[in-house]
Design a protein around this ligand. Sequence first.
Ligand SMILES: *[C@@H]1O[C@H](CO)[C@@H](O)[C@H](O)[C@H]1NC(C)=O
Ligand SMILES: *[C@@H]1O[C@H](CO)[C@@H](O)[C@H](O)[C@H]1NC(C)=O
Ligand SMILES: *[C@@H]1O[C@H](CO)[C@@H](O)[C@H](O)[C@H]1NC(C)=O
Ligand SMILES: *[C@@H]1O[C@H](CO)[C@@H](O)[C@H](O)[C@H]1NC(C)=O
Ligand SMILES: *[C@@H]1O[C@H](CO)[C@@H](O)[C@H](O)[C@H]1NC(C)=O
Length: 389
Amino acid sequence: MKFTLFIFLLLHVYASLRASIVNPEAYMNFIEYCQFLRYPVTPYWVTTPDGYILNLFRIGKKHSKTFNKGTPIFMQHGLVDSSDDWIINDEDLAPGFILVNLGYDIWFGNTRGNHHSRNHTTLNPNTDPLFWNYTWNEMAEYDIPTEINFVLNFTGYQKLVYIGHSQGTTIIMAHLIEHPEFASKLAVSILLAPIATVMHQTSKVLADANHPEFFDLMAMFGIDEVFKKDSLIMPWVCEYLNLVCKDVVDMIADSDGNVDNNERLDVIMGHYPSSDSLKNIKMWSQMALYKEPRMQKFDYEDPIKNYEIYGSAKPPVYNLTSLTSNFGLFGGEYDRLGDQVDVQWLKSQIVNANIMWYKDDYPLGHGTFMWFKNSTWFNDVISLIKKVV
Ligand SMILES: *[C@@H]1O[C@H](CO)[C@@H](O)[C@H](O)[C@H]1NC(C)=O
Ligand SMILES: *[C@@H]1O[C@H](CO)[C@@H](O)[C@H](O)[C@H]1NC(C)=O
Ligand SMILES: *[C@@H]1O[C@H](CO)[C@@H](O)[C@H](O)[C@H]1NC(C)=O
Ligand SMILES: *[C@@H]1O[C@H](CO)[C@@H](O)[C@H](O)[C@H]1NC(C)=O
Ligand SMILES: *[C@@H]1O[C@H](CO)[C@@H](O)[C@H](O)[C@H]1NC(C)=O
């Protein structure tokens, strides 16, 4: 009896501590958070040709009742991430809020499997392993056109401005390479922390995932999904152990964690990371192991299986030289995933593209592109948008 009482009291203390100390914004979902800050928001759902039901959000200016008009801007998050990261930094520092308050019509994509897009017409993400049978190759092939075509059709525009972060840059390039006609729908593709190859990456997380035993172990336990949302614990941990979270961010992607908005980490960790397929993580760890820089499809690590799926013993390579549309490239000096050497290699490959902006040494890490505390660099993004719309 005494013990039960003790546990009860402990839980009570835990609950009140959590309620009083942790910023409640950590626990708000995308819609609740927009409403809390008085931004109009509408969710939309689209279905890809292979059955994934994806969630899109559109937001309007603060205190407005309607949505902005004009050329839409489509913002595509990166690896194990979601639409949330474009708005979750302090309000005056969040890229999505900055752009919408400047009067642009802002839309956010959510790729298959993340916590907003965990749904399918026939597969159940909780019980069907086949739901998780995908990598960014399928996001490039299906998610990109399904979402962008919806936005263009909905708004009646012929073109939009694409802003991608990390994997969000990889999938737009991959789609354009396989479907060059898609270029007519993009005024410019703005690539933040651009990634075609991660050969020079130094993130400890990708390095750790490089061990084949890791994937064997996951397979043994029947785990197909990684980073399933557990938002009740992460922010609380970050609130108390700010240093620990800073180290995590540092380890994943930013070699100088001091450029991140660390005071916001409790809220950020309530929204990041988001779920993804183990197969996609495997793909990224394969990419980190390439002996030469290249951008290619998932390797089944078996020539016969590759042949069955691709018609060749080796996975097909994406031909970056065939890219011809407008691009802006924004690379960070402290980025462990989108290393400067790899960004320079990408630039050297896209010789037929129209590079409207290039700078690879912003004082930013990989996550800093979303979690910055100094917004000066973002003025270059705004200037580039103003050039095309
Ligand atoms: C998944 O999609 C189906 C079909 O559109 C819908 O009935 C169901 O409510 C969705 N489930 C979730 C969790 O959104
Ligand atoms: C998984 O996806 C790949 C690529 O689309 C496909 O070739 C393969 O047949 C799928 N696996 C299963 C078990 O359906
Ligand atoms: C395009 O928009 C029209 C009207 O807004 C709608 O009826 C139609 O279903 C849309 N098509 C697609 C592919 O979304
Ligand atoms: C890649 O694209 C360029 C430009 O379109 C072309 O000249 C070249 O032959 C292609 N390379 C391969 C390997 O297909
Ligand atoms: C913000 O960044 C700009 C450009 O990188 C730099 O010139 C400026 O000193 C920075 N401001 C602060 C307060 O650190």
